[in-house]
Ligand binder design. Structure first.
Ligand SMILES: NC(=O)c1ccc[n+]([C@@H]2O[C@H](COP(=O)([O-])OP(=O)(O)OC[C@H]3O[C@@H](n4cnc5c(N)ncnc54)[C@H](OP(=O)(O)O)[C@@H]3O)[C@@H](O)[C@H]2O)c1
Length: 279
């Protein structure tokens, strides 16, 4: 990335931490990363951790930056946009990692039509192993897409989509997805204990198996179906378990659960975006 592009984070919380950490680990110059937040203590911490400039005021941050990353909770975004209206211009590129808020709502709150990329990262970004879905509005050009990819790929893989509703699908698969795998690990831990293992052993067996299976799925070049077939000997133990999952409609349960997440993502976008500014 053009190391001279100045990136400003509004919100210095967990996701800003992950992204700043990722950028610095990838060689980005700390003098071109800035952050604002109302919490002085947190700002001081970020300054000490990363040697970056911090601002107590979002408007001052915006004046010093080319790219603005919204890294705040959804409920405060409309007020922040309103506060920035007088300070922004068409040269700014906006990136939102805020869950659920659509690009048109953000631009309505900003009071113009600005280049804006809506993203949906997931929690493993905190470990630099996330996946992020990205949707650009019509003003975002290829050069800007490359810049945004470089920023978000500092915490994992990036997938661009050309329809905003696919961000809701991404929310249902990878955004909420870590919790599905945690639920499976939790259930396997309980099942292991029911079979006589102590809790610590059952948990480590479950978690390490998830880690190992994920490594195989990412590194072997084989798709999950092939990997599953390869470890399922006819009439063996794995086949007995898989048949039990299938008899109880495992695939149907996963389809219904992800559909429920998708529907809820759409509802939330409508609820969260339906804020009319008072000033
Ligand atoms: N964590 C994830 O894995 C994940 C995944 C996907 C998407 N996201 C999205 O990423 C966004 C940030 O999440 P997060 O986990 O980083 O949240 P977070 O840790 O709560 O960080 C948000 C920060 O913004 C600050 N803030 C509040 N009002 C502000 C204002 N007016 N101006 C500037 N900063 C302000 C907060 O301060 P106070 O705490 O003092 O209010 C807090 O330090 C959320 O919208 C979330 O939906 C997160």
């Amino acid at each position: 990335m053009e190391n001279e592009t100045v990136i400003g984070f509004i919100g210095a919380g967990n996701m800003a931490y992950a992204l700043i950490n990722g950028l610095l680990n990838n060689g980005y110059d700390s003098k071109n990363i800035k952050v604002s937040d109302p919490n002085d203590e947190l700002l001081q911490k970020r300054e000490e951790e990363f040697n970056i400039t911090t601002f107590a005021n979002n408007s001052s941050l915006v004046e010093a930056c080319d790219i603005i990353v919204f890294a705040v909770k959804p409920q405060v975004l409309s007020e922040i946009c309103l506060e920035l209206r007088e300070k922004i211009n068409s040269k700014h590129l906006f990136i939102s990692i805020v869950a659920g808020i659509r690009v048109n709502d953000i631009n309505r709150w900003l009071g113009g039509n600005y280049s804006l990329v809506r993203t949906m990262p997931n929690t493993p970004a905190l470990m630099q192993h996330g996946v992020t879905g990205l949707f650009p509005n019509e003003l975002v050009n290829d050069e800007q897409k490359t810049l945004v990819t470089t920023i978000l790929s500092s915490v994992g893989d990036c997938f661009w989509v050309n329809e905003e509703k696919l961000i809701d699908a991404i929310t249902a698969i990878s955004g909420s997805g870590p919790a599905y795998f945690f639920l499976l690990m939790q259930s396997m831990t309980q099942a292991g204990m029911a079979l006589g293992l102590d809790e610590k052993t059952a948990k480590e067996l479950s978690v390490q198996t998830a880690f190992g299976a994920s490594l195989m799925a990412t590194k072997s070049g084989k798709d999950p179906r092939t990997l599953r077939t390869n470890v399922t000997s006819p009439n063996g133990t794995t086949q007995a378990a898989i048949e039990c999952f299938q008899d109880q409609n495992f695939e149907g349960i996963v389809a219904s659960a992800t559909r429920a997440a998708f529907d809820r993502a759409r509802e939330l976008s409508t609820e969260l975006g339906d804020v009319e500014l008072k000033r």
